[in-house]
Design a binder for this molecule. Structure first.
Ligand code: FEO
Length: 403
């Protein structure tokens, strides 16, 4: 891609990875991604903002050379130290051993264990600290948990440019670098990528997002040089993305409780129990939104979002080969472990031999610190009329426990 001018003293020197389809093992990247990095030139000194994934170092350093003489680089600012940004540091230090690496306090700890180099020249930046490059000032803004404890932003006031690392970014590979150059016909794809990125990376950190937005609300930003996806501009998507982050992070006060009943069923036995339990819940909390979801009939994205946003839930699984079935495990693998603690959950299902699904699911839910009902509702093989009446009572008792 080469170096791309953003302003007279800021250059994008990152790397495109259009073919990436899975990021960090768990995140689908339908539109690839980019590992962005930037050069900021002052009259006296030059800074690099982050590096790129180690796999792309050779192409990256050629981009950097297009923007600046490497001997002029004094600082490397690491707003966040995950290896997609810190992966190039080891090789960079071989070329520029005297490089001063600017990180947050938490970042200084992480970096030592990521780069495994004991004699790095580290500068710890506190909130409000600044570094003068000669007419261009790097100002550091603490932004913890956006999305790691080490995260910070860097602002260059003279250029009205913010470097927020992952924050406000997207896994979207845009070769023209600027959002204003993204073709209108691809805007829907960018929007989809941006939402997926927000959900996967920032969804667990909503209160921190609102704090981060508060910190930058009075800053004049012409360019947000994010570390993935197109650079956001005032004349492009910047305001829209900030508003979406605000909207998605603002917790709505719901009038109705949402209590989904998730289940899988091989022979409709667990299905019948699910509906009987749901009726019992509705009887006690008639205003609640209580729906049954066969996990084989709905996308995991939709079910994952629902279990993370619900007030409480019930989960039903048959036992097959001494365990719960894969769609139920898949649902629990999508739980936001950071925010699920104390969520009320109850287990139910039909089984034939010994019903290990209950204990196995309970172990996982306890690991998530959920408030798991002490009693499971279990039926051996086919539920009778009495069993279904008991299931209804079980739902009523669960609903009553929520008040
Ligand atoms: Fe792009 Fe959290 O690393």
């Amino acid at each position: 891609m080469g170096a791309t001018r953003i302003t007279d003293c800021i250059y994008s020197v990152g790397i495109l990875n259009p073919n990436l389809r899975i990021f960090d093992v768990v995140m689908a990247t339908e539109y690839g991604t980019s590992y962005n990095s930037y050069v900021v030139k002052g009259s006296e000194k030059t800074a690099l903002i982050e590096t790129v994934h180690n796999d792309f170092f050779d192409a990256y350093i050629e981009n950097v050379k297009q923007a600046t003489d490497l001997s002029k680089i004094t600082y490397l600012v690491m707003n966040h130290n995950e290896p997609d940004h810190s992966g190039g540091i080891q090789k960079l230090l071989e070329i520029i051993p005297e490089l001063k690496i600017v990180v947050s306090q938490a970042g200084s700890i992480y970096l030592k264990n990521i780069v495994n180099c004991t004699d790095m020249n580290i500068i710890v930046a506190k909130d409000g600290d600044s570094i003068d490059l000669g007419g261009k000032t790097l100002k550091f803004i603490s932004a913890p948990f956006l999305h790691w404890p080490d995260s910070m932003f860097t602002y260059v006031e003279e250029e009205k440019t913010l470097f927020p690392c992952d924050f406000l970014g997207s896994h979207y590979c845009e070769p023209s670098v600027l959002d204003t150059l993204l073709l209108p016909k691809y805007k829907h794809a960018y929007d989809k990528a941006m939402l997926g990125y927000y959900t996967a990376i920032f969804g667990p950190f909503k209160p921190y997002i609102l704090k981060g937005l508060e910190k930058i609300k009075d800053i004049d930003i012409e360019f947000a040089c994010v570390s993935h996806g197109p650079v956001l501009t005032k004349s492009g998507f910047l305001d829209e993305v900030i508003e979406k982050y605000r909207e998605w992070s603002t917790l709505l006060i719901r009038e109705k409780k949402v209590i989904p009943v998730f289940f899988c069923s091989a022979y409709h036995n667990t299905t019948k129990i699910a509906f009987a339990i749901a009726n019992g819940v509705s009887e006690i909390i008639p205003t609640a939104e209580v729906c049954c979801y066969d996990l084989n009939d709905h996308s995991i994205e939709k079910m994952g979002a629902l279990i993370n946003s619900c007030d409480a839930c019930l989960i039903g699984s048959p036992t097959i080969n001494k365990d719960a079935v894969p769609p139920v495990w898949n649902l629990l693998s999508h739980v936001d472990a950071i925010n699920f603690a104390k969520r009320s959950v109850a287990l139910f299902g039909s089984y034939g031999w010994s019903g290990e699904a209950f204990a196995n699911l309970r172990g996982r839910l306890q690991g998530l610190k959920a408030n798991v009902s002490e009693q499971d509702f279990k039926v051996v093989f086919v539920p009778t009329k009495d069993d279904l009446e008991n299931a209804r009572e079980f739902g009523k008792a669960f609903a009553a426990s929520l008040s």
